[in-house]
Design a protein around this ligand. Structure first.
Ligand code: FAD
Length: 343
């Protein structure tokens, strides 16, 4: 009998892990609390308005390592992702300089298209928040918020951000402690619609001297519907201070700061025709567990932790590499030993 494996979290790390396990003949069961797979590689859409579509999490991704570069090339070949050639400007005080973060890929027609494709032939159960992973008689039993029980599993891979991982890793004090050392910072995000184009010679702005640190013309990415839409990210410090703020006030502050930024570029202050706020409670990695490894494992019980929080970098590529590393560590374990399977 092949080992039974649960993956908690269907973000890029969980999907990368599950896909690698499937490639090696396993049939992992993936659980996610969200209503669709993808986690922070996400798109906010409206059923009523086809023009309301914003990549509100990861904005684009780069591929620096050779394996991920090869994978990105194959996704591009299949039309799943495309290069985003948008011009990025760095605005500091009165200084405006082009910023070049290297190669930039986006999902087509949205960032959510990528995880949707990755999840399509996996056993992913959305809308299931796992509350505990307890070890009983050498196997794991998962319990959801709704009180449902799943299992038994011979191994569990937790791929949630650190704050949510601590309690799920309780069966291994060392892993729970590692998750306790890592921290992700929030990001208040404004999704803004306009009735006319914002006339600046740029598709994204980077800045370090306002309450926002990134603004991007989401509608300018390849394959997006018509319209003028911008995504504005608040800086981590401001997001943390205003985490519980009324969304209307958050929107007002971010629209104001965006207007200031545009005025510095000589453009008029625009009035959005729609504004929506999304609060990412866990967005970017402030600090990893300092483990110096892509994924962590407690081989004695078959419990693993992966994700960008383990890797220590809030990047899609880091999440992918971490998920693959967790799968590799899991595949190296002897999960069919008599102690775990009962003989
Ligand atoms: P996640 O995507 O967080 O996945 C974890 C999953 O676990 C989630 O789907 C969650 O629903 C699920 N989960 C949590 N708790 C439970 C539970 N108890 N039970 C079941 N499921 C649970 N990266 C880039 O490369 N480029 C960028 O431009 C970029 N910009 C970003 C901007 C923002 C605002 C944000 C938020 C992120 C950005 N990132 C960017 C980072 C990138 O999105 C992440 O590094 C990557 O998506 C993390 O993937 P992950 O699988 O590790 O975690």
């Amino acid at each position: 009998r092949p080992p039974r494996v649960a993956v908690i979290g269907a973000g890029i790390a969980g999907l990368a892990c599950a896909r690698t396990l499937v490639d090696h003949g396993l049939e992992p069961e993936v659980f996610d609390k969200g209503w669709r797979a993808g986690g922070r590689c996400a798109t906010r859409e409206s059923r009523d308005d086809p023009q309301f579509r914003f990549d509100h999490g990861a904005q684009y991704f780069s591929a620096r390592s050779e394996p991920f570069r090869r994978l990105a090339a194959s996704w591009a070949h299949d039309g799943l992702i495309a290069h985003w050639p948008g011009r990025i400007l760095r605005v500091e005080g009165r200084s405006v300089t082009p910023a070049d973060p290297g190669d930039r890929w986006v999902g087509v027609p949205s960032m959510a298209a990528l995880p949707e494709h990755l999840a399509s032939d996996l056993d992913v159960r959305c809308g299931v928040r796992i509350r505990s992973a307890s070890r009983v008689d050498g196997v794991f039993l998962l319990r959801s918020d709704q009180g449902r029980e799943f299992g038994p599993f011979d191994a569990v891979v937790v791929t949630t951000p650190p704050a949510q991982a601590v309690s799920l890793l309780e069966a291994s004090p060392a892993l729970a402690a590692a998750a306790g050392r890592a921290r992700l910072l929030p990001c208040q995000t404004a999704l803004l619609g306009f009735d006319r184009r914002i006339e600046i010679d740029a598709d994204a702005l980077l800045t370090a001297d306002t309450i926002i640190d990134w603004a991007a013309r989401d509608s300018g990415k390849p394959g997006r519907p018509a319209g003028e839409r911008w995504v504005v990210h608040a800086a981590p410090g401001w997001s943390e201070q205003h985490l519980e703020e009324d969304p209307g006030r958050v929107a007002e502050a971010l629209v104001d700061a965006f207007g200031d930024l545009l005025e510095r570029l000589g453009a008029p202050r625009p009035e959005p025709t729609s504004r929506t706020v999304h609060r990412w409670r866990y967005a970017r990695v402030a600090k990893g567990p300092g483990a110096g490894t892509a994924a962590l494992a407690d081989p004695s019980i078959g419990l693993l932790w992966a994700g960008d929080g383990v890797f220590g970098e809030a990047r899609l590529e880091a999440a992918w590499l971490s998920g693959v590393a967790a799968a590799a560590r899991l595949l190296a374990l002897d999960l069919r030993g008599p102690e775990r399977t009962g003989g």
